[in-house]
Design a protein around this ligand. Structure first.
Ligand SMILES: O=P(O)(O)O[C@H]1O[C@H](CO)[C@@H](O)[C@H]1O
Ligand SMILES: O=c1cc[nH]c(=O)[nH]1
Length: 235
């Protein structure tokens, strides 16, 4: 048991999917896992363990933003022996070739967070990157299912509502595909704890095109992302 997760040792699988929304964790457990049971309800940040194609997999909500995601990722990797984490999030696209409902895999994650500046004494701009094997497994899984997976860079922002849209426009000019709020911290912690990490995101809104999925359509739009993530962690 940790400060934020009430699981007992052994309750959590070595591979964990990480949605920001704890209700997405519940939805994934109910719709994709067999024999799923809830191992934590602390702060209503639900976590479940079950099996997918016969292999144990867990799914843990992380909350929104890098501080919250870091708490759950740190405790999973440091205390519960987790070896593989895959964020299954939503994101806003900043690339014209990407559409609503598309899935993006983050090969790396730029960020405006100060967390890594603090971590590296303010002298290093650390580059948080995905695990190559996990990324390759997700590309293979998407291809096998006929899903068009976009692979490129994410931007993990500390703000959802920005006062500086010109920064996001410049990031688009520099090839960033989509904006979310957790991947950079998850990639960094996986590196620290010698684990594997990947962030997959479904596009819920398009910042350049000014479009968004209706709230009622969002859950269903996560199906392909979850299939890719589960195939990749059980490959
Ligand atoms: O849908 P999730 O996984 O929460 O991800 C995105 O949605 C939240 C903002 O609405 C942030 O957490 C962002 O990263
Ligand atoms: O962080 C996020 C998530 C979805 N859409 C955005 O614009 N930002």
């Amino acid at each position: 048991m940790t400060a934020h997760i009430s699981a007992k040792p052994g309750d959590i699988a070595e591979s964990v999917l990480l949605p920001g929304d704890p209700l997405r964790a519940k939805w994934i457990a109910e719709n994709f896992l067999d024999d799923a049971s809830c191992y934590t309800e602390v702060r209503n940040m639900f976590g479940y363990t079950g099996t997918y194609k016969g292999k144990r997999v867990s799914v843990q909500g992380t909350g929104m933003g890098q501080p919250s995601a870091s708490i759950y990722t740190h405790e999973l990797l440091d205390v519960y022996g987790v070896k593989t984490v895959v964020r299954v999030g939503s994101a806003g696209a900043i690339h014209n070739d990407i559409e609503l409902r598309d899935v993006v895999a983050g090969i790396g994650a730029s960020t405006n967070s100060s967390m890594n500046r603090i971590r590296f004494n303010g002298v290093v701009d650390y580059a948080p990157v995905a695990d190559f094997g996990l990324l390759r497994a997700s590309v293979d899984a998407a291809a096998a299912r006929g899903i068009n997976l976009h692979v490129g860079q994410l931007y993990s922002s500390d703000t959802f509502y920005t006062d500086a849209p010109e920064v996001e426009a410049k990031l688009a000019d520099y090839g960033i595909l989509a904006i979310e709020m957790e991947a950079a911290a998850i990639y960094t912690l996986a590196a620290k704890f010698k684990a594997r990490a990947l962030a997959l995101c479904t596009i819920s809104d398009h910042i350049l095109k000014g479009t968004e999925l209706p709230a009622a359509d969002r859950q269903e739009s996560f199906v392909e992302m979850c299939e890719i993530a589960l195939d990749a962690v059980t490959a």
